[in-house]
Design a protein around this ligand. Structure first.
Ligand SMILES: Cc1cc2nc3c(=O)[nH]c(=O)nc-3n(C[C@H](O)[C@H](O)[C@H](O)COP(=O)(O)O)c2cc1C
Length: 184
């Protein structure tokens, strides 16, 4: 079974809900490891959780997740990304499947920029980007509600995530598991 690592940062729990939904979607088709990035991993501005990075070293697929903060990934996620530069120099994550998910307070809160950053991070590592194959506004169950095909973009409605966003996250997990099996 392929290994799916979900590397995410969340403070108030919304991105974490998405991470758990991605994991549920992959259940039974991949072994899943949730890798939560925390502020405590960052010492003097540098991300120092080597065991989290080592988990990703062994993964067949990786889902990157962060809330959108000020039009991009949260600083804590960026600290993790910067710490991956040792892996970059050896292209250690090359050919691993990668995808991304994010959330925001607004429907058009610049989530695309966060997803673009994730895809560039993946490209820097030679990873293979996996977007969403759900046409926005066309899915009978309302998945990919915001019509983002680069990755999963969501936003809060009355303070919580709609079920359709969690369904999209689960679908992304399933898709990653399938892609990882195909790529293995
Ligand atoms: C510092 C900060 C910056 C934010 N910037 C944005 C933003 O640019 N766009 C947006 O839609 N939401 C923005 N938000 C809202 C968060 O993305 C939103 O509350 C999200 O659900 C938090 O995720 P979490 O529950 O996983 O911590 C911002 C929130 C904070 C605290």
């Amino acid at each position: 079974m392929p290994l799916l690592a979900i590397a995410y940062f969340s403070i108030s729990g919304t991105t974490e809900k998405l991470a758990h939904a991605v994991a549920r979607g992959a259940d039974g088709r991949a072994q899943v490891t949730l890798c939560r990035i925390t502020g405590g991993d960052i010492v003097s501005g540098r991300f120092q959780n080597e065991s989290l990075l080592e988990t990703i070293d062994g993964a067949d697929a990786v889902a990157f997740g962060s809330p959108t903060y000020m039009g991009g990934p949260a600083a804590q996620f960026k600290a993790f990304a910067d710490a991956s530069s040792d892996r970059w120099s050896q292209q250690r994550w090359a050919n691993t499947i990668a995808a991304g998910f994010t959330t925001g307070a607004c429907a058009s809160g610049d989530q695309l920029h966060t997803l673009s950053y994730f895809s560039i991070l993946a490209a820097q590592h030679g990873m293979l980007w996996c977007g969403l194959d759900i046409p926005g506004g066309e899915d009978p169950s309302g998945r990919n509600r915001l019509g983002s095909q680069l990755g999963l973009a969501t936003h809060l409605i009355d303070g919580s995530l709609p079920e359709s966003d969690l369904g999209t996250a689960a679908y992304l997990g399933l898709r990653l598991a399938k892609m990882a099996s195909r790529n293995g």
